[in-house]
Ligand binder design. Sequence first.
Ligand code: TXE
Length: 489
Amino acid sequence: MAMLFIAGQWVEPAEGGTRDVINPFDGSVITTVAEASPADAEAAVQAARTAFDEGEWSSWSPGKRGELLLRMADLLQRDRAEIARLETLDTGKTLVESGIDVDDVTAVFRYYGELADKDPTRVVDAGSESVHSRVVYEPVGVCALITPWNYPLLQASWKVAPALAAGNTMVIKPSEVTPLTTVKMVELLVEAGVPAGVVNLLLGSGPAAGAPMVESPLVDLVSFTGGLRTGQAIMKAAAGTVKKVALELGGKNPNIVFADADFEAAVDYALMAVFLHAGQVCSAGTRLIVQDELHDDFVAAVVERAKRIKLGNGLDEGTESGPLVSEEHRAKVESYVELGLQEGARLLTGGNRPDDPELQNGFFYLPTVFDDCRRDMRLVQEETFGPIMTVERFRTEDEAIALGNDTDYGLAGAVWTGDTERGERVAAKLRHGTVWINDFGPYLPQAEWGGFKRSGIGRELGHDGLAEYREAKHIYRNLAPAPQRWFGG
Ligand code: TXE
């Protein structure tokens, strides 16, 4: 049974709690893992605090920390197949996607491994010959890293790698729904040589394991990826001790297609944008916003291909999309389909569970397309996090931009056009943290990722993703101290 990892030891939870981890493909129990209580959270936080304040970690040079991350990258590649299989069992996504996740995670560890010793110290011109002024960057301290179930390993790496590179200690809490690859990640970090207490792992629910970390006066920073409501609760809870807070809270992302776009490519990406991983992607392009004259042909092509998406076991070759992550999550997706029908959206395909007998025990849902959608519908405005595409139309460039920005979120968006200048004009006006022109989905470890508006606070990846885990300190040295006589004396 996977246990908690506290102060360099794999330990039983204080109250002996356990939780079954469910395979979303067929509802079977993959394994049983430990379930933390608030007492475990307290112990994990204390271990991270002690390691930060008193441990050998603080004396590690940035270069040595970087080498640890590079070793970790090698270990991830060594165990690539095993990790990919675990991720597929746990999340339902296809093995190909899980393999890509491991490669992306490896790239993130390499990127921060190489960045760790690039000293950002800045000498500041104090305007005086007798002053030496510089800004140095130090770790924030103890970090609570709370991650979701859709990209368990990937989301954890975006936090763990920069937090280690900057010299912090941490407690990681993966989603209780999908803990397996995070357990593996901690095992590999131990093998890579991370000192005791620097990385601690809690398995358990938000209220019992997550909330005590957020409230703890011993924690300096919370980085959270997950849903909007939980993010709001975390921000409020963190206010009590004025922690640093970084939030990535999903999106409702527009995919804008002009009539002069490359038809085949735009159709292909429109499908991938929303149906990859059954739509359980924070940057999923669920809002297709298509120009009037292209609408009928484009939507017909999307629907025809959506009907042919092969659902199945993520471990099987040929499976194009897996199930939703849980029964509970499927119920949420189904309630949005009901709502869409009530709001007057026109169902073109899907809107149901598949009838394939082999999929009846899993949490499957058919790729679903709704036409005649309006910007004021909740179906269009709220994150469904499922395989649901909504279609809206526009006539002019200004209308397209207005629709693309008509959301409380601001994580990502795309524009498809054959006109380079128009692509740049629209990209400049979209209020989203990432904008793709004639593409959908790619991100780079070296480019910042995060949201405008309610999609969150702060950035992951890139230099800013490391800056989140650093405190700036100004050191001002007077080279010729002499009395100032401010008070006359
Ligand atoms: O996530 P939660 P849920 C969206 C998506 C989904 C919705 C809800 O729309 O349907 O969120 O999903 C921990 N203090 N996203 O309920 O609750 C929890 O244990 C501290 C978008 O599954 O946000 C888990 O580890 N921690 C998203 C993590 O928070 C708490 C990805 C995320 O869980 C806590 C996933 C608390 N009070 C869902 N309550 C994205 N941005 O990509 C829960 N947690």
